[in-house]
Design a binder for this molecule. Structure first.
Ligand SMILES: Cc1cc2nc3c(=O)[nH]c(=O)nc-3n(C[C@H](O)[C@H](O)[C@H](O)COP(=O)(O)OP(=O)(O)OC[C@H]3O[C@@H](n4cnc5c(N)ncnc54)[C@H](O)[C@@H]3O)c2cc1C
Ligand code: FES
Length: 276
């Protein structure tokens, strides 16, 4: 069951002019969450919390980190937010001590592989968000993990040392060529999958812009590899009530149908989504 809390902002760390990491005191949500799940946050307060009425609706955010106390007990969560509109602007400017309505954990999490299967995570921009907790879970299981991470520039590649500390191999790309390989992240993914031993199992996990997700799913299918994608649809409620988040899927009989990505996802099988 999702939990609705009025969460204190513990800290707000700007990473760039657009990105910030917002830490929220939400221990019950943190304790119940699994990698790939999300929360719905009302950026201007919410029920029981003083605030303006605009924006009226909450917005979805992946749980980026589970924050723990000195004894390891879950104390809160953080979100990695990219400023694109009214809510993310408010979250960029949020101050410690402010309270935000936060509902979660929501949605279906990633299915986490076991060794000897390797995990290849593919992140575009703020699509990095669900991979910090996934990388921790993979590390705890002893799974070999690689992160293919693309951004506009080197200044927008974040938390690299966090992933290195979890023994995650980094394959970096930037659109302006200022760090890593020049271009899009799917290019090294395609090359690496083509060169990979057919008998060595790989699970591809992806999160990022829809075009990148579609390309990743197609590349994984081309190389006969399973792929879990975390889709980002506009979500009005996060609870299955508004149908703003539907994604076309193809069933085993080949027939197309729509699922609500807040309930059936956000993590979905890449080869079952109807991409065009
Ligand atoms: C499951 C899930 C997890 C997400 N996790 C994160 C995360 O960890 N960090 C993060 O920064 N963002 C994440 N997002 C996207 C985030 O929810 C949107 O950026 C946010 O709703 C924008 O709110 P806003 O009020 O700032 O923008 P608005 O003012 O509502 O919108 C600004 C513009 O962006 C467009 N837009 C809004 N939401 C989306 C969307 N989901 N996809 C494409 N275009 C959109 C609008 O149509 C509009 O043109 C996630 C989305 C989903 C569905
Ligand atoms: S967000 Fe309302 S049904 Fe999915």
């Amino acid at each position: 069951m999702p939990i609705d809390v009025a969460a204190d902002v513990i800290a707000n760390r700007p990473l760039s002019a657009d990105y910030n990491v917002l830490a929220l005191a939400a221990p019950a949500i943190a304790a119940a969450s699994a990698p790939g799940q999300f929360v719905m946050i009302k950026a201007n307060g919410g029920p029981g919390v003083a605030g303006q009425s605009d924006p009226l609706l909450r917005r979805p955010f992946s749980i980026f980190e589970v924050l723990r106390g000195a004894d390891g007990t879950p104390a809160g969560i953080s979100i990695l937010s990219k400023r694109i509109g009214v809510s993310t602007r408010l979250l960029y400017d949020a101050r410690p001590g402010q309270r935000l309505a936060c509902l979660g954990p929501l949605g279906r999490s990633f299915t986490i592989v076991e060794p000897p299967t390797a995990a290849w995570m593919v992140a575009g921009g703020v699509g990095l968000a669900p991979f910090a907790t996934l990388a921790e879970s993979l590390h705890a299981r002893g799974v070999r993990a690689t992160l293919f991470y693309g951004a506009r520039s080197g200044a927008e590649l974040f938390y690299l040392d966090f992933f290195r500390a979890l023994d995650v191999e980094l394959v970096l790309t930037t659109e302006d060529g200022s760090a890593g390989e020049h271009g899009r992240v799917i290019a090294p993914l395609d090359r690496r999958l083509a060169a990979h031993d057919d008998d060595a199992a790989v699970m591809v996990y992806a999160c990022g812009p829809e075009g990148m997700l579609a390309a990743t799913a197609r590349i994984a299918m081309k190389h006969g590899r399973p792929c879990q994608v975390s889709v980002e649809r506009i979500m009005g409620c996060g609870l299955g009530g508004c149908y703003s988040c539907v994604v076309p899927m193809r069933g085993e009989d080949g027939a197309a149908h729509h699922v609500r990505s807040c309930l059936a996802g956000p993590v979905l099988a890449g080869d079952q989504i109807v991409w065009d």
